[in-house]
Design a protein around this ligand. Structure first.
Ligand code: NAP
Ligand code: HSE
Length: 429
């Protein structure tokens, strides 16, 4: 070994769900560390916002609310950032790298928008900055993309990458639980972000898809380039129709490398109930990948929560410790050496499930079909059910259509008096 350190000191920034899990996991693994990394591992400091808060399980002596105490301590080798958010996390990471510390983080918000800055700093200063936990919790995906699958031209990534929304949709579908109750349970279980809007509006999944795309396609994709649609408009009615037609509804992240650019989006989707992703329930995540040499690979596991996330963080900490001992680092860079454009959602194509509440009188169905036809939308299946004395519910599944054409048809429906409500629009696998 190059360094042969007897002890490696770390500082954890954040004592929340993940910070707490990592702290406990380090305690649990302590006896094995000398054999695993050739050194003991000590948590020297834990940064929190408020020292007044009770922190069961944490040694009070290591808690601090002063970042400078960590930054200026030359004995701290690794900073593990688990606070979340772009600032001050971004500044702390950059300062830590410049001060000679290696960094591990789970911060997808930061990586999906400021990867060039933080990874650039790590490269410039010759440090490690690794982030396996930022995507899909315990599932190894960042490292396999960068290492095991590096011999491929990856052309497709599709997956369930948000545990909170998968938990909510599973509970709504399997038990008939209401949206609010399912969200409260996901929050209680530590799956949801500090602000669960990021989960339910698809932003969290969008950030993860941006990070995976940048690595897989070697071309930078940032979160603002990802089209996102969340699950807040999904109703019990949509779920019932999906079941009737043989589908389940999942929030999917999709990234494709096409001849005309990168398609990258997050939205709910009806997937056939015999599709492998349909069986991924609760807070589980699954990521399907296609590469020219490896063909198809699906990775599945727990995508959120205290220990599953801590598992990925701990793997990164151990990797960094080994790098410290061997005197190397920075082997896992982003390599965005291509510059491929990202397509707008209007340029993509999809099949759609459309639920309309329309006036129940002669000619209405023909009017609706004409609008779809005039906009190049071909109907694959249509079902009509009476809603009340004056209205009917019309459910259409389309063939694949250019998104722009479909949205033009929706604009026409919005202006038609016979269309009382566009009650549901969901893409179909
Ligand atoms: P959390 O439970 O909200 O915990 C955040 C912790 O960071 C809290 O202890 C908080 O201190 C501390 N903190 C926040 N801002 C701070 C600041 N400015 N200065 C000092 N301390 C600060 O969050 P979490 O769920 O553990 O998530 C942490 C990170 O992991 C996020 O980037 C998240 O996206 C990512 N992640 C989470 C999961 C998951 O399942 N939860 C999975 C994968 C990745 P106080 O306690 O004093 O408020
Ligand atoms: N809030 C995220 C989720 C945590 O529900 O998947 C894991 O990244």
């Amino acid at each position: 070994m190059y360094n042969n350190k007897e002890n490696i000191n770390i500082a954890i920034l954040g004592a929340g769900t993940v910070g707490g899990g990592v702290y406990k996991l380090i305690e649990r693994m302590q006896p094995e560390m000398p054999d695993k990394i050739g050194a003991s591992l000590t948590v020297k400091k834990v940064l929190v916002r408020s020292l007044a808060k009770e922190r069961p399980g944490f040694d009070r002596n290591v808690l601090t609310d002063n970042w400078q105490e960590i930054l200026n301590d030359p004995d701290i080798d690794i900073v593990v950032e688990l606070m979340g958010g772009i600032e001050p996390a971004g500044t702390y990471i950059v300062e830590a790298l410049k001060a000679g510390k290696q960094v591990v983080t789970a911060n997808k918000d930061l990586l999906a928008e400021c990867d060039a800055l933080v990874l650039g700093t790590a490269e410039e200063y010759g440090r490690d900055l690794i982030f396996e936990a930022a995507v899909a919790g315990a599932i190894p995906i960042i490292r396999p993309l960068r290492q095991s699958m590096a011999g491929n031209n990856i052309t497709e990534i599709m997956g369930i990458v948000n545990g909170t929304t998968n938990y909510i949709l599973s509970k709504m579908s399997e038990t008939g639980m209401g949206y609010e109750e399912a969200l409260a349970q996901a929050t209680e279980l530590g799956y949801a972000e500090a602000d669960p809007t990021a989960d339910v509006e698809g932003y969290d999944a969008g950030r993860k898809v941006a990070i995976m795309s940048s690595i897989a396609f070697h071309s930078r994709v940032t979160f603002p380039q990802v089209y996102t649609e969340g699950i807040t408009k999904i109703t019990a009615e949509d779920i019932r129709y999906a079941k009737e037609f043989g589908y389940v509804i999942k929030l999917l992240g999709v990234a494709r490398l096409t001849d005309t650019g990168i398609e990258v989006k997050v939205h709910p989707m009806l997937i056939p109930k015999n599709h492998s992703l349909a069986a991924v329930s609760d807070a589980f995540n699954a990521v399907f990948l296609h590469g020219d040499a490896m063909d198809d690979i699906t990775l599945m596991g727990r995508g959120a929560g205290e220990f599953p996330t801590a598992s990925a963080v701990m793997g990164d900490i151990i990797d960094v410790c080994r790098n410290i001992q061997w005197g190397c680092c920075g082997r896992l860079s982003h390599e965005c050496y291509k510059d491929i454009s990202v397509k707008s959602i209007g340029e993509c194509s999809s099949k759609f499930f459309l639920r309309l509440i329309v006036e129940d009188r002669p000619g209405v169905l023909a009017n609706i079909a004409a609008v779809l036809g005039n906009n190049g939308v071909s109907i694959k299946k249509v079902v009509q059910n009476p809603k009340d004395d004056t209205s009917a519910e019309l459910v259409v599944i389309t063939d694949p259509v250019c998104e722009k054409n479909f949205s033009d048809a929706l604009s026409v429906f919005n202006g038609m008096s016979v269309v009382k409500k566009i009650a549901g629009v969901i893409r179909v696998y």
